[in-house]
Write a protein that binds this ligand. Sequence first.
Ligand code: SF4
Length: 309
Amino acid sequence: MNLATAEKPRKPNWLRVKLPIGEEYRQVRNIVDTHKLHTICESGNCPNMGECWGEGTATFMILGNICTRSCGFCAVATGRPLPADLQEPKRVAEAILLMKVKHAVITSVDRDELPDGGSVIWQQTINAVRKLSPETTMETLIPDFKAEEENIQRIIDAAPDVVSHNIETVERLTRSVRIQAKYWRSMETLRFLKKGGMRTKSGIMLGLGETKDEVIQTMQDLKDNNVDVITIGQYLQPTPKHLPVHRFVHPSEFAELREIGYQMGFDYVESGPLVRSSYHSDRHVIPGLGRNEWEKATALKAAIAAKNN
Ligand code: SF4
């Protein structure tokens, strides 16, 4: 089916989002602007920005806002990045301290042109946040660092609470969706992080043309690489220049994948149309939280079913 001529699927009502308003949102806005920081919330047109900023949290993007890669789903600019800003670790740490956030998420563009892939700035940023805000838990959504262990080891040494790297889509679509990435190389990065004792996390987007079986196979591949946390959300086309949406997945299918994820053994499964990798990420740092809630709900459902029989 030629997608270019096919009818664009209409956005269903379950993807309606709250507009960003309120004092908390304005404060985050102000801190981000005064500290000249980039957020993936803005660069990525995240639908949850209103909710997250309204709760006083944001996902900071370090190493600039120009990426050396050109993933077909991503709204971040591609091109020749500016030199790394050595003051950025300090500015991010100060902003997080100012925001008094209980939990911080940090991500970055890919800097394949740098010999260390940007991992030194990453390590300095994590250490700077730890120093100023020792009580704040931290998730770091990192690039694949081309699975180069020396660069990944810098993240492990800084020991964030959760280290995530998104597989984004199924193996068959990786070449067209994440042009410069490799499916199994990303698995390697996740495996090395786990070997280093990290709590690991990865995310998949649906609606890019994958089949349900392929999604379940990708979940199994992540589980086989001992990933603890998985997020599953709906792909939304940032601009007409980006990959088209093949379909809007119904919330019931996300609920089914959530069940499958827990049956596979994931410790936390965040699955829903509006889910993005850092959505509710403060809950993902707590081992057993998601699984215990799922087990309790499953037992309750079984008890009610047994009572009704
Ligand atoms: S690596 Fe891909 S997803 Fe990440 S910022 Fe660059 S273009 Fe976007």
